[in-house]
Design a protein. Structure first.
Lengths: 577, 86
């Protein structure tokens, strides 16, 4: 076969051309390998993240703030989820009919709603903290530009009755006052989050991992007894209205274990609606306000004199002529009493008698006693704003100061300090630290201040105060043996004693085995008498009677006709100031 | 040889199908579990609200008012109380 030869094929191609093509192919495959290396190892995390974000979601897991319960488990404070509705005004173009429907559901004025939606801002809260079912009905309207946000709202079912004890929380559910602040760490929950896989319909199909486990807030059980709290609050309120007093406070303490069973102050506020709050309403007077205790301090002076062996129960003290001059100053009794026994100094509340006993003692001993009773320094119960009161160091005491301190002037205390110090008499001479939360184990013994013998003697003297001839027959508790001491103190205003008074009564019952200590303080009673025995003692009596009955404490006294202040045969002693 | 291959192939197919269906079932169960959890949370919220409602109804002020005004009750006077010895 003959073949024609093509001249083109005969031409030899240069070798570099083949090499060039080969090189190109090699480069191409190298680029591919490089790219895949880049994607597979260097850029891997970013790509995996991007991929996961297509189907994985991080879900927030909210934690609820713990409840506050009273000693019997009644709810005093509790958080419940609510919704806040916000809108982007630009997106929320509503018809007038829609606006009316929305305003109706939110319980708002239609004009106010349209004003909010017409605003220039990008974000506006329409209404905060609405009930979830209302929010659901709003969501059913399917209005454009409306968004919902989950929040918690704290409710206080007992309202103003417990407000000073509990305090309140702010918008973010963080404690701001009272127990809410003091125990915030325990109450607050920690929200958590977890990663899940969601399907096309938004349902969770796989639990990938939990990022932070949410921690629910722990419930706090207080020592407070809601029943006693209401009793104390309502009685205090009543007397404040009757006497047109400026303020008042009341504290109930369990003498057996130092639990604070009730604590109320007036004026108060409703923690559920805090739109108009004044500083006076917010003040937790029992903890933060100091006052000169007046005669409620005399038992301490006399206990110390008994303890030192300076006097005995029946040692006569000459209080005649009802005046005592120390340097430039004069201490006086409102009514001269002549010669009184030590017990009668308490019963009739003689300033001169108490001052004389104090002056026979070294000032250091008095200071030590006041200090060990807890005066002059905050009780450190963890309550915000606790005041310590004024107790000057003994080295700087002048004799006149020592004399006035004997009957509670020139020294200042808080109501809770005073109530706590009376433990020394209600118990056999020792004081326990107070507790706001329930005490599970009965404490053995507190810090000893007086001997049991002294405490019992003073207890007997304090019983005489509420008996005929004492300063506070109105403090009698029918069926029980009560004991206590009145106080009526001039108020200090700008360094001078003004014609304004603080009436107080601190006492305990049943005197045979004291269980409860009640301290009442009424600031500036302006209608009728301002004596502690007339203003504060009746509050003590009703609160103590109700509390003892509520707690089921057996009466320790036979019933006798109640001796009131106006029994003619024995005129009641009037408080000294 | 060919027969063994065919059997193995069938087994692989079967196990693959079983894996798919198990996964599907697992996801369904997770969904159901989540739904129940949500229901639990909703019930907890409702319980909380009921607790609040209860303590609002049981406020001592309200009880006292009803006892005094509606039922005409009063606290016993000291002479009316008889205590029984234990």
């Amino acid at each position: 076969m003959k073949m024609t030869r093509s001249p083109l094929l005969d031409e030899r191609l240069p070798a570099w051309r083949a090499h060039f093509v080969m090189g190109l192919l090699l480069l191409g495959s190298l680029a591919l390998v490089g790219r895949s290396l880049y994607l597979q190892s260097i850029n891997k995390d970013f790509l995996i993240g991007k991929g996961e974000s297509r189907y994985e979601r991080v879900i927030e897991m909210p934690a609820t703030r713990g409840r506050i319960l009273d000693r019997h488990g009644d709810v005093l404070a509790m958080s419940t989820p609510v919704k806040s509705i916000w809108a982007i005004p630009e997106d929320a173009k509503l018809t007038p009919a829609q606006e009316r429907a929305l305003a109706g559901l939110l319980d708002m004025d239609t004009r106010e709603l349209s004003r909010k939606l017409a605003g220039e801002r990008d974000f506006v809260f329409l209404k905060r903290q609405i009930a979830p079912d209302v929010a659901e009905r709003v969501a059913d309207l399917k209005l454009p530009g409306l968004h919902f946000q989950n929040e918690y709202r704290r409710y206080y079912p007992t309202g103003e009755v417990t407000s000073h004890m509990l305090g309140f929380t702010g918008a973010e559910d963080v404690g701001q006052e009272g127990i809410e602040l003091a125990m915030n760490n325990q109450l607050a929950g920690k929200p958590g989050s977890r990663r899940v896989i969601k399907d096309r319909r938004g349902q969770i199909v796989e639990d990938v991992e939990s990022i932070h486990v949410p921690q629910e807030g722990k419930d706090t059980v207080l020592a407070l007894d809601a029943k006693l709290q209401f009793l104390a609050y309502s009685q205090l309120k009543q007397v404040l209205e009757e006497r047109k007093a400026k303020a008042g406070g009341i504290v109930i303490i369990d003498a057996k274990n130092g639990e604070v069973l009730a604590l109320a102050n007036l004026p108060t506020y409703n923690p559920n609606n805090r739109t108009h709050l004044s500083g006076a309403q917010l003040r937790n007077r029992a903890f933060t306000d100091t006052f000169e205790p007046g005669s409620t301090f005399k038992p301490f002076t006399i206990a110390l004199a008994l303890e030192k062996g300076n006097v005995r129960f029946d040692t006569p003290i000459n209080t005649s002529p009802g005046k005592l001059t120390i340097g430039p100053a004069t201490i006086s009794d409102a009514h001269p009493h002549g010669i009184l026994t030590v017990a009668q100094v308490i019963q009739k509340s003689s300033n001169v008698g108490a001052a004389k006993m104090a002056l026979a003692m070294p000032s250091e001993d008095m200071w030590k006693m006041f200090d060990s009773l807890g005066f002059g320094q905050p009780l450190k119960m963890g309550f915000p704003g606790e005041a310590g009161g004024r107790l000057r160091p003994w080295k700087h005491w002048r004799p006149i100061e020592q004399a006035t301190m004997a009957y509670g002037h020139g020294i200042s205390v808080t109501l809770i300090q005073l109530a706590r110090a009376y433990q020394a008499f209600a118990r056999d001479g020792d004081v326990l630290p107070l507790s706001l939360s329930r005490v599970e184990v009965e404490p053995a013994l507190g810090a000893r201040v007086f001997s049991a013998q002294t405490a019992r003697e003073v207890r007997t003297m304090l019983e005489m105060v509420v008996q005929p001839g004492g300063t506070a027959p109105k403090a009698q508790v029918p069926g029980y043996r009560a004991a206590g001491k009145t106080g009526t103190a001039h108020k200090l205003e700008g360094g001078r004693y003004a014609n304004k008074y603080v009436a107080s009564f601190v006492g305990f019952a049943p005197a045979s085995d004291p269980r409860l200590i009640v301290a009442v303080m009424i600031d500036e009673p302006s209608v009728g008498s301002y004596y502690g025995g007339d203003v504060a003692a009746p509050v003590f009596s009703t609160v103590m009677a109700g509390a003892l009955r509520t707690l089921g404490i057996a009466p320790d006294d036979t019933l006798k006709p109640l001796l009131m202040a106006n029994v003619p045969s024995v005129p009641p002693a009037k408080e000294e100031m | 040889m060919a027969r063994i291959n065919a059997i193995l192939l069938a087994l692989v197919l079967l196990s693959a199908l079983a894996a798919v269906s198990t996964n599907h079932r697992a996801r369904k169960l997770v969904t159901e579990y989540e739904r129940e959890q949500q229901r639990m949370r909703a019930l907890e919220v409702e319980w909380g609200q009921l607790q609040l409602e209860q303590s609002t109804w049981a406020t001592h002020a309200r009880i006292e008012q009803i006892a005094r005004e509606k039922l005409g009750m009063h606290a016993p006077k000291a002479g009316q109380v008889i205590s029984a010895a234990p």
